[in-house]
Design a protein around this ligand. Sequence first.
Ligand code: 5RP
Ligand code: CA
Ligand code: CA
Ligand code: ZN
Length: 225
Amino acid sequence: ETDLEKGFEALRQGKFILVYDNDDREGEIDMIIASEFVTPKSIATMRNDAGGLICNCISSKFCDEINLPFMVDIMAAATEKYPNLAELAPNDIPYDERSSFSIWVNHRKSFTGVTDHDRAMTISEMAKMFKDGKFDEFGKTFRSPGHVCLLRGAVDTVKNRRGHTEIGLAMCEMAGVTPVCVVCEMMDGETGQATSFDDAKKYAEENDLVLLRGNDIIKKYLEEY
Ligand code: 5RP
Ligand code: CA
Ligand code: CA
Ligand code: ZN
């Protein structure tokens, strides 16, 4: 069994995989899990062991079904009334051409929205909504702003962008799970910098997780999809 196959199996079993994007990009390792399996314990693990932003990535096709915009498009549309927003255009991201950020949401049954319980509910219920094709329930089920950042995957995932957003969604597609997944950057608790590959390797071994390189995932996807 290759590491990639172990990664597909882990996603199907609702376990975390660790993914390093690339030296020529962020150089970060994200913990990634299929959203349909997220529990309060998964959120606690990401808070304690990863520490980055907990974001919910959604495939381009699902985003189209609910007409979910990128944040940059919302801001561009609002510049007539709020001209300052035009000055904030993210045209200088040092590692990529575009950001995948969309809006932030909470499940309407959340209290504050930030607890492990609330974030797990927001994330897992959103995956279920998409899985069941209940696209017209988006606004009925969620409110915005909230405490879970939604990331909009590029069309055809890694063919058009090579972020953790697309790498995670490509893994879901290849593993055969609903293409909605959580990503959270692993941060070094001592230095405050991104966790190094060696430290992530150690963490993966201690916790029986697979650590993958984004390039291997991209290569596989481009060969077969
Ligand atoms: C949200 C981020 C992270 O880098 C996350 O990995 C998703 O972004 P990208 O697709 O750019 O890697 O910016 O915390
Ligand atoms: Ca990023
Ligand atoms: Ca609050
Ligand atoms: Zn990233």
